[in-house]
Design a protein around this ligand. Structure first.
Ligand code: ASP
Length: 309
């Protein structure tokens, strides 16, 4: 069988061993492994990389440990506004949604935008109307509620602060999710999904649904999914920059990720990380924070999940 690879993340940030109980660490690892195995099994069965990344991200969206789908952070109005995107490296087709509420799996809606609409990016009520038309599953507000995230929001609620789910100032829980994969047909894909930042307002949107910033895939180079302080990732056009360094500077995947994560983002002040896979099946998981929830699996026998650096 040809090379297949998949990698995923569940957010990067100030993740310290001391901040996680052994039980919580075990729960994170179990969920990461479940998401990894779900995507990998599909790849083994001959599914496309788009199928695999969508399936892996769906598992993570359905788990309240992560800031995506169920368990998304609270906005300043006490609601949940989710963002997601998906990209197919074989066609450069992409789909994205932002500021949506109630949709159980934003990543599935992104894929529907990519495949069933004439558009790339739908937002807010319009995106929800499209989701209804596509018969997507909606959930009541209770489904998205998570006590930890609620307390997290209460602590900043009546302030002007909005808070990245990655900072250790008030929070030790992280969680935007993403997956990248190479299928046996040589095609790469990337998917990213998030609830954004706690107490966000004014319709704030981060990098996750922005093609080229938080998510990108191109068969000429690689597939990338990012996590971190979205404003910086947007300004640095991070995911596309990794691809450009490979395409135009001839860098290897690891070299390009290192340049972007440890130099370009750092110089701007951005913290976070990314996962990437290229068309040879090489995987890179890189971050400039203390940790990143992550996992990788390939047809050469690699199979691991990790949290700390
Ligand atoms: N990048 C996401 C955003 O800024 C947050 C995250 O990665 O947790 O919305």
């Amino acid at each position: 069988m040809k090379n297949i690879s998949i990698a995923l993340h569940g957010g990067a940030g100030t993740i310290l061993r001391s901040s996680l109980t052994p039980e919580l660490e075990r729960s994170y690892k179990l969920e990461l492994q479940k998401a990894l195995d779900t995507g990998y099994q599909l790849l083994e069965e001959g599914a496309t990389s788009v199928d695999a990344v969508e399936a892996s991200v769906t598992v993570l969206e359905n788990c309240s440990l992560f800031n995506a789908g169920k368990g998304s952070v609270f906005t300043s109005g006490g609601t949940h506004e989710m963002d997601a995107s998906i990209m197919d490296g074989s066609s450069l087709n992409a789909g994205a949604v932002s500021s949506i509420s109630g949709v159980k799996n934003p990543i599935q809606l992104s894929r529907l935008v990519m495949e069933q609409s004439e558009h790339v990016f739908l937002t807010g009520k319009g995106a929800e109307d499209f989701a209804k038309k596509m018969n997507c599953t909606f959930e009541a507000k209770d489904y998205f509620f998570d006590e930890f995230r609620y307390q997290q929001w209460l602590s900043v609620k009546d302030t002007d602060q909005f808070q990245l789910d990655h900072t250790a100032i008030r929070d030790e829980k992280f969680g935007t999710v993403g997956a990248v994969a190479l299928d046996q047909f040589g095609n790469v894909a990337a998917a990213t999904s998030t609830g954004g930042m706690t107490n966000k307002r004014y319709g704030r949107v981060g990098d996750s649904p922005i093609i080229g910033a938080g998510n990108y895939a191109n068969n000429k180079t690689c597939a990338v999914s990012c996590t971190g302080s979205g404003e910086y990732f947007i300004r640095a056009v991070t995911a596309y920059d990794v691809s450009c360094l490979i395409e135009h500077k001839g860098m290897k995947l690891g070299e390009a990720c290192k340049e972007v994560v440890h130099k370009r983002l750092k110089e701007l002040g951005g913290d976070g990380g990314l996962i990437a896979v290229d068309t040879s099946g090489s995987i890179c998981l890189d971050f400039n924070t203390e940790g990143m929830y992550r996992g990788q699996k390939n047809s050469q026998g690699l199979d691991e999940v990790a949290i700390f650096s």
